[in-house]
Design a protein around this ligand. Sequence first.
Ligand code: CAA
Length: 281
Amino acid sequence: MIRSVGVVGLGAMGAGIAQLAVEAGFETIGHEVESSRGDAARERIEHFLTRKVEKGQLEPAARDAAVARLALTTDPADLAGCDLVIEAVFEDLGVKHAIFRSLEGVVRPDAILATNTSALSVTEIASVLERPERAVGMHFFNPAPLMPLVEIVRAERTSDDAFEAAYALAGRLGKTPIRCTDTPGFVVNRVLIPLLNDCVRVLDETGVTPEDLDEGMKYGAGWPMGPCALLDLVGADVHVHASEALYEKLREPRMAPPPHLVRMLQAGKLGRKSGEGFYRY
Ligand code: CAA
C-alpha cells in the first residue's frame, strides 16, 4: 500500500503530479536540483489550488492541508522513506539513469521507482537498476492535473506487484489508468505524435493559418483544443524530442519532426513556456 510519494523534477509535469498527490492525501516529497525551482513549483501548485477555492471546488482548509503535505528537498537521500518515487525530469536517458541509480541507493528494497517518460523505453531506463522489477512507467498527460489518463507501462522485467501498485495509485490520484506494454510511444503518443506532425505539414502544404487549422480541428473533428494550441502547450522542445525518439525506433516518416517545428525550436519559439510558439502568450 502506497502512503508516501516522491516526485523527482518539479517542472510542469512533476509539479502537476505532486499537486495530484497532495490533493489525494499523500505525504509528498518533491525533489529539485535547486531550491528556487522547488519554490516555483510550490507556488504553481498553490496558485492552481487557490483557483479551485475561488471557484468553490475546494475548501480553503483542504487547500492548506494539501499544500502542507508537500515537502521540498534538493537531497535525494530525503526520498528514502517514500513507497513510490516518480521521476519527471527532462527526457534524457543518461539523466534518468543517474536518477534511478541514486534513488535505488537510498530507497527501501520494496520501494517502487516510476518514470513519467513519454517517448523513451521504460525497460532501458530500468536497465541500470539492481532490481529492475521495481520499475514501472506512469505516463501522465499535460496538464497532469486536468488530463484524466495515465498510461501504466509494464517494462520487460516489471513485477506484477509494482505494476498493480502503480495502476492502483493512478486510480487513487483520481485518474483513469490503462495497461500498456513498453512499445515506442506506448499507446497515445504512438497515435498523437504523428497526428500532430501531420497537422504541421498540412499547415505548410495548404497555407492555412494556425488559427483556422485550430478552428478546423476543434469544430470539425471535436478536438478540445486545436493542434497548434496543443503543440504550444506541450512545447516544441518536448514534441520534437519525442518525435525524434519515436522516429529513431520506428523509422516511419510521419514520426519525424516536421522542419517547421524544428525551425521553431531552433528559434526558441517553444510555445507557452517561452512566450511565443504558433501564438504569442
Ligand atoms: N495545472 C493545474 N491546473 C491547471 C493547469 C495546469 N497546467 N492549467 C489550467 N489549470 C486549471 C486552472 O485553474 C483552470 O481554471 P482558471 O483558468 O479558471 O484558473 C482550470 O484548470 C480549467 O482550465 P481551462 O479552463 O483551461 O480548462 P478547459 O476546460 O479549457 O480544458 C484542457 C483545458 C484540459 C487542457 C483541454 O483543453 C484539453 O483537454 N486539451 C487537450 C490537452 C491534451 O491533449 N493534452 C495531451 C498533450 S500530449 C501529452 O501530454 C503527451 C506527452 O507525452 C507530451
